[in-house]
Design a protein. Structure first.
Length: 256
């Protein structure tokens, strides 16, 4: 679809009206908002895991902790990742405008790229429900440093760097498969969904729980639901407005 499509234009106008009448907005973002920044998604038709199912092992805590070769491959992927040098795009910047308007309550992101904060959203309003690739933590002690510190060690020749304080396994500060979400983060996100009057879901398939459950939770609490995505999602039937298309184009049109 393009903006010249009457159906999309009507949906955009309706979604804009809903947003303009909202006073407390919760935004939920997924990988789709970052694709325009050069970061491929995981589950889409051209997603990393779709093209290379073996790559999913790099995000599984069982394989990561037990297999040094998986850790080495995971660290190489960090060095080569386009996400490390990526910059916010127009979609991220539109959400900064939403905060500046004074209606953004909470921004819950499934992304680990840190681009919302780089764009200018207040860190205290952002819940990185799956953690962040911008930091590294030790799995055995409290050691935590910016990713750049460990990337320097990798570039110097280390393949599987260990914690300098206790010798433990280092890992990006992300939530891998097999790890629990941070309970406080999930509780904060659920509380925000229950008190908002509009939930805006952007660039997510809305198929991964428990995060996807924020949509029906907000709906049950009386909030309007607006979904912006490149393709249908698992929650479209709950939405008051659905916009399909390029997020970097649609989101600024919706918010500005």
């Amino acid at each position: 679809m393009t903006k010249s499509d009457p159906s999309l234009a009507n949906s955009l106008a309706w979604a804009k009206s809903l947003l303009n009448h909202a006073n407390r907005v919760v935004v939920l973002t997924g990988a789709g908002i970052s694709t325009d920044s050069g970061i491929p998604d995981f589950r889409g038709p051209q997603g990393l895991w779709t093209r290379d199912p073996e790559a999913e092992k790099l995000s599984d805590i069982r394989y990561y902790l037990s297999d040094p070769e998986i850790r080495k491959k995971a660290w190489r992927s960090r060095v080569e990742s386009p996400a490390m040098g990526s910059r916010p795009n127009s979609g991220h910047c539109a959400l900064v405008v939403l905060e500046q308007r004074g209606v953004l309550d909470t921004l819950v992101t499934q992304n680990i790229d840190g681009l919302h904060q780089l764009a200018g959203n207040t860190a205290e309003r952002v819940i990185e429900i799956h953690g962040t690739m911008r930091f590294v933590r030790c799995m055995s002690c409290s050691y935590r440093v910016p990713m750049g510190v460990v990337l320097e060690r990798l570039n110097a020749g280390e393949a599987d760097p260990a914690c300098p304080e206790c010798g433990g396994i280092l890992k990006s500060a992300t939530i891998s498969f097999g790890q629990n979400l941070v309970p406080e983060d999930l509780a904060q996100a659920e509380e925000a969904a229950q008190r908002c009057d509009l939930l805006l879901a952007v660039g997510s398939t809305l198929s991964v729980y428990p995060v996807a459950g924020l949509v029906p939770l907000a709906k049950q609490s009386g909030a309007k639901i607006v979904i912006v995505n490149g393709e249908p999602t698992a929650m479209d039937s709950l939405a008051d407005a659905v916009l399909y298309g390029g997020i970097g184009e649609l989101l600024p049109s919706l918010i500005d």
